[in-house]
Design a protein around this ligand. Structure first.
Ligand SMILES: Nc1ncnc2c1ncn2[C@@H]1O[C@H](COP(=O)(O)OP(=O)(O)OP(=O)(O)O)[C@@H](O)[C@H]1O
Length: 292
């Protein structure tokens, strides 16, 4: 298990990460979500050792990676830019990765290059999608038990995006790799993750599976002759997601049956449950002033 234990990190005297703890199991995919500037990249860079924590520890199977540095090759990182890899040829990258990761599987990597029709040699003729695929294949060929991916689907066309997501699922399940992936593409992320971490202002606001969240919250579309009654809108456990004329969409926390009865007493013209998405949960947690 990869354990992040009470991690804190300051950058330029500003506390970016505050007492963060969570676990990643092998063979599972965890989505890391949060607003721009929430601290996602800082967290990922601290986990992989690019930044050193001010407080707290990163443990693999109870071994602190700062005390036992050879445990570090159990974590592979794909950064949010391809700037690092694009200066090398494929051959040079293989050498770099073989030196960094003793379990780098060169044969599997070369097979994957052929499968995805990625040319050997210089990356100068590679498109952004090809560079991303190459970077992902390198990362997953390291033999590391944990893979940290920073916004791997950014700027990809829908076909490459789908390939990248399928690759992540395939490698995580067949090689029992624990994946931590940050992304703003919540619709896609929701389809592949086992749990999500919500980072807000440097702290973990929530760790949950979608199932746990859908047991706690629900989404309703309602319509009332004179619009949403204010006594409903003002209830503490009700968030008004949108309001247009008679119709409103609500995200509600707590007991569903009880709330449906409360609404029923006010004779709604429409009362319909909608599927709750990761995007809804994101707005619920950190919609800020953009909310309604
Ligand atoms: N080298 C640095 N020195 C000082 N502050 C920094 C540094 N790098 C990042 N920050 C600040 O740390 C905060 C968190 O940045 P970070 O890049 O980790 O956020 P993020 O959640 O990954 O954002 P995004 O979704 O936009 O990629 C931001 O306020 C940012 O301005």
């Amino acid at each position: 298990m990869l354990k992040i234990h009470q991690l804190s990190k300051k950058l330029d005297e500003t506390e970016i990460l505050k007492n963060i703890s969570f676990d990643i199991e092998q063979g599972t995919i965890t989505g890391l979500i949060g607003r721009n500037g929430a601290g996602k990249t800082t967290l990922l860079r601290t986990i992989v050792g690019i930044l050193s924590p001010d407080e707290g520890a990163i443990l693999i199977d109870n071994k602190d990676i700062t005390i036992e540095p050879n445990t570090r090759n159990q974590i592979a990182y794909m950064s949010d830019t391809t700037n690092f890899i694009k200066q090398f040829t494929v051959k040079e990258l293989i050498t770099i990765y073989e030196n960094a990761y003793p379990n780098f599987d060169k044969e599997k990597f070369l097979d994957a290059l052929n499968k995805y029709k990625l040319p050997h040699g210089s990356l100068r003729k590679y498109s952004k999608g090809m560079k991303t695929l190459l970077y992902l294949l390198l990362t997953f060929s390291t033999g590391a038990n944990y893979v940290i991916l920073d916004e791997p689907t950014n700027g990809l066309d829908p076909v490459v995006k789908r390939t990248v997501l399928q690759l992540i699922i395939e490698y995580a399940s067949t090689n029992s790799v624990g994946v931590l992936i940050s992304s703003h593409h919540l619709v896609e992320l929701e389809k592949i993750i086992d749990q999500y971490l919500f980072l807000k202002e440097g702290t973990i606001d929530n760790v949950a599976t979608m199932e746990e969240s859908t047991n706690k919250h629900f989404k309703l579309q309602v319509a009332f002759e004179n619009g949403l009654p204010s006594e409903i809108a003002e209830l503490e456990h009700v968030s008004v997601f949108s309001k247009t004329g008679k119709v409103a969409i609500l995200i509600v926390s707590g007991q569903k049956e009880e709330f449906l009865q409360t609404l029923g007493k006010r004779n709604p013209l429409l009362l319909e449950e909608l599927p709750l998405t990761l995007e809804d949960l994101f707005f619920l947690k950190d919609g800020g002033e953009l909310y309604v």
